[in-house]
Design a protein around this ligand. Structure first.
Ligand SMILES: *Cc1c(COP(=O)(O)O)cnc(C)c1O
Length: 482
């Protein structure tokens, strides 16, 4: 058969639309998407024919095959693009993976407020207009010791707002060792420029002294800014000015001090064997006028930028029209309030807030989890190979073992922290580990894991126990099928 004969076999769009199975699709999915799908399927077939160098090898046009392709295409169009996934990387806070996962209880609160009307901006005692920030302000005061607090979209917005409110056309003094970049798009010098503030760098990359700040203060100084070097450390011949010294200098010259704390923990994690990080309470106690930090890093809540500090400053921030433009929605507030409520009982918070639970998980628990996962993997391998026993006499499609490794905090927090863990290392026997990693990423739900040498590492720290069997099944099926 020549190409033209094949081409005439391709049905018309109308003929496809008249097919009973396509009619069924039309009942479930929008007509526009079905018609678009038909065109795509038919065009693909047409191109295959036209581009074929050996038309005799082309298969017959099979309508049911075309309809099957159409169904896959239409269904994929109607599937959400944003998917939950299984994180086996051991990186607890990963911006690309949505940072902090929330607990069931927090999600319930978000759903409850999202589904119904609420007193978002209503003072129920007077019946008059209220402030949306009121729902978390009391908690922020109690937990941080600050006079007042405010919440905006994220910490980048919080920093921008503070700079714009107090430093437009004025100078902000920052150490050269703290001119950070976070995840590419947040850079202190750029944020400073956008806010209208003038960056006044002092000191050097490795050393900044109190006198450097002192000499830089002029009548046009808006404030002294300390930025937490979240995702790196300067080691060796270094010195930084402590927050206490900076506050003292600020008081001497009547210049406020602001700190961008980045991750902003409310619990002293050194009590759980982690590196000492300044808590928000520490900063407030040291006398800082304004502190900003993220809601979805170590705090373990929804994406938000929290600002706490002296009441007079917070009041001024509220009056900046930018605050309205970067305000948080009711779902964020519901989630944040629920997470902050957990912090009223710190011992419980460690267990109830997923980020903190993962961060403080002990080695014996990790080991026992790794063993469970390994067991499920071997069981799944056995189950899947039994079915094709004649074709694969020796059966094994992958090997797996437990290894010592390290998890990572991520999210620009505790960059040097080593978190010892036990991982399950999987090695496919019939193809490359890269291939396995790709196939897992394309799985439903997608599964993300790290490659080290020739093995795929599965870290139980960032996995939920309920995900173990899904993971085991996925690996066994993929390793067998490839
Ligand atoms: C993460 C971080 C930011 C940005 O916070 P987002 O909540 O991601 O907007 C700003 N400053 C520091 C020091 C950070 O660590």
């Amino acid at each position: 058969m020549d190409k033209r004969a094949y081409l005439t076999q391709i049905p018309s769009v109308d003929a496809m639309l008249a097919e009973p199975l396509v009619k069924e699709l039309l009942e479930q999915f929008p007509r526009e998407i079905v018609v678009e799908g038909i065109r795509k399927v038919l065009n693909t077939r047409r191109s295959q024919i036209l581009e074929s160098s050996d038309p005799a090898q082309l298969p017959q046009i099979d309508k049911s095959q075309l309809i099957a392709e159409l169904e896959v295409l239409v269904k994929s169009q109607m599937k959400p693009h944003l998917k939950y996934l299984i994180n086996a990387t051991g990186v607890i806070l990963h911006t690309n993976l949505g940072r902090a996962p929330l607990s069931e209880r927090v999600c319930q609160r978000i759903t409850e407020i999202a589904r119904q009307y609420s007193n978002l901006e209503l003072d129920l005692s007077t019946g008059e207009r209220g402030e949306r920030y009121a729902h978390v302000e009391g908690l922020l005061r109690r937990l941080t010791g600050a006079e007042s607090g405010l919440v905006v979209n994220n910490n980048a917005a919080a920093v921008l707002l503070v700079l714009n409110t107090f430093a437009q056309g004025k100078e902000v003094i920052v150490s050269r060792g703290q001119l950070i970049e976070i995840g590419g798009s947040f850079r202190i010098p750029d944020i400073m420029a956008k806010s209208g503030a003038i960056l006044k760098e002092v000191g050097t990359t490795n050393k900044t002294h109190l006198r450097d700040y002192r000499e830089a203060i002029t009548p046009n100084t808006a404030f002294l800014l300390k930025v937490h070097t979240s995702n790196y450390r300067i080691l060796g011949f270094t010195s930084e000015v402590s927050l206490e010294e900076l506050v003292q200098l600020g008081q001497e010259y009547h210049v406020p001090v602001m700190e961008d704390l980045g991750s902003g923990s409310l619990i002293d994690l050194s009590r759980y064997g982690l590196e000492k990080e300044p808590t928000v309470q520490d900063c407030i106690r040291a006398g800082v006028d304004i502190v900003t930090f993220s809601g979805d890093k170590l705090l373990g809540g929804p994406q938000a930028g929290l600002i706490v500090g002296k009441a007079a400053y917070i009041e001024k921030l509220k009056k900046n029209p930018w605050t309205r433009a970067i305000r948080v929605d009711k779902m964020t507030l519901a989630g944040l309030e629920a997470v902050l409520l957990e912090y009223l009982n710190p011992e419980k918070a460690i267990q109830e807030i997923p980020t903190l639970r993962m961060l403080t998980m002990k080695l014996p628990e990790l080991e026992s989890r790794a063993k469970d996962l390994l067991g499920l993997l071997l069981e799944a391998q056995h189950r899947t190979t039994k079915t094709d026993a004649p074709a694969q006499p020796c059966g094994e499609s992958f090997s797996a073992r437990i290894l010592d490794d390290f998890s990572q905090v991520g999210g620009g927090a505790l960059p040097l922290q080593k978190l010892p863990t036990k991982v399950v290392a999987v090695k496919p026997l019939r193809f490359s580990v890269q291939r396995l990693e790709e196939r897992l990423r394309a799985y439903d739900p997608p599964i993300l894991a790290r490659i080290q040498n020739d093995e795929l590492l599965l870290d139980p720290r960032t996995l939920e126990i309920s995900q173990f069997s899904v993971l085991a099944e996925a690996i066994a099926v993929i390793c067998k099928s490839l």
